[in-house]
Design a protein around this ligand. Sequence first.
Ligand code: ADP
Length: 475
Amino acid sequence: MRVLFVTSEVAGLYKRGGLADVSYSLPVALSKKGIRVAIAMPFYETISSKGAQCVGQLAIDYDRRRELVFIFRMMLPHSHIPVYLFRHPLFDSYDAKDIVERFAFFSKAVAQLYLYSAETLGGPYDVVHCNDWHTALVPLLLGEQGKIGYRERGTIQSTLVKTVLTIHNLLYTGETGASIGLKLGLPRTLFHPFMTPLGRAVRLLEEGFVYADVISTVSPTYATELMRGIHGAHMPALMKKRGDAIIGILNGIDEDVWDPKTDVALPVSYDKQTVHSKKLFIKQALRKAVKLEDIPVPLFGFVGRLEARQKGVDLILKSVEKLDPDTYQLVILGTGNKKLVHRLEALVARHKNIVFIHTFDERLARRIYAGADALLVPSKFEPCGLTQMIAMRYGTVPVVRKTGGLADSVIDGKTGFVFGPYTSAALTNAMNRFISLYTKSPKVFQTMIDRVMRVDFSWRNQADQYVSMYKKLME
Ligand code: ADP
């Protein structure tokens, strides 16, 4: 079976968050299962051209102009998976105001290249697997452009390929003006516009819901939440119209990428057997690096995007005010919302037991996963969440809210601490439970570390679920 994985980011090439991790590790896991997989993504300016070979070019009509897109091929680092990179000035940078329109254009480039020259992409494929709003227009474009292809050239290629759309986060829908249809040269009637104060708009993700053959998401609980309308009432209505359900498959993590035994970011390596003798040294080195005092208290960590609507940073800000500052330390690593950045900066100015590092730093993230005693993931919602899984692989106890993939990956009192209500009181309580475990029951704490390190978050089983989904689709 052959699968083309279309995505906006891939770890090792370009990373903004968890989608990049999944876009690396899922194709690797699929290829281990015998699936022949390739990846298509934009060729951002920051991606090194080393090893990239130009394999073709393509003229695409967009916004009443004919644009030339160049296609490069390289190997995904540490794998045998080909990556097809699309080069055009509009794909140079992700940080553009009109990023939604740019991804609509990227999707057209992928669909058109697939339909008219699949071999340039190493195809044809059985399944085109799209991810989030960025590439959600591909199913529509494959169908519509395919029809044009049929009329013009007598090909029936488009009817052969099946499409999957995976929702990694419903918060981002790719909303843009309805004129995008015109820019892409598509009939208006294909879209599902709605009114906004600024005029008619469309959401690329919703067009994907309509046109993709199968819709999946990244944890069973998030799938249930979506179907119950917890994250937007339109979702259940849409799925009802389609007459099917969203498939929830929990993400995994790549065990080679995240491995305390081989992680070069750590001052010493360790595994399940040596964790207890090595972790304190790593914690001390981390404290030194982030300028925290070396005192016998537990160290909490937080690694993530400072997304005010999702990640629960507001809860952290309030909770720490209620905790005794002499009983714990906290290191926060993150970038994002400016207001949260200011509030965090003000917080650390008042608390010498808390540090905030405002940057995107994978090496430091790894040292926090390994050096902290507990990792906070107090998200309001979390489609899957990878940081709690990575922390557990490094023997660090997750303190999470019961939502989405967090609920599916942490068991309260056994492999971490889980709290229900989205309140600072509930988070404070969970943090106090951890502090008490750490200080009063070191033996039980060590047993918990042993237990979290034994949890299997590899892709071995999860990838099988994707394979069955593809197989079912092809039947
Ligand atoms: P999301 O996809 O919502 O950002 P996930 O938990 O699924 O959240 O994945 C987050 C990924 O991004 C993890 O690999 C995490 O280590 C990484 N990450 C997030 N913020 C930072 C940061 N400031 N520095 C380094 N890595 C980060």
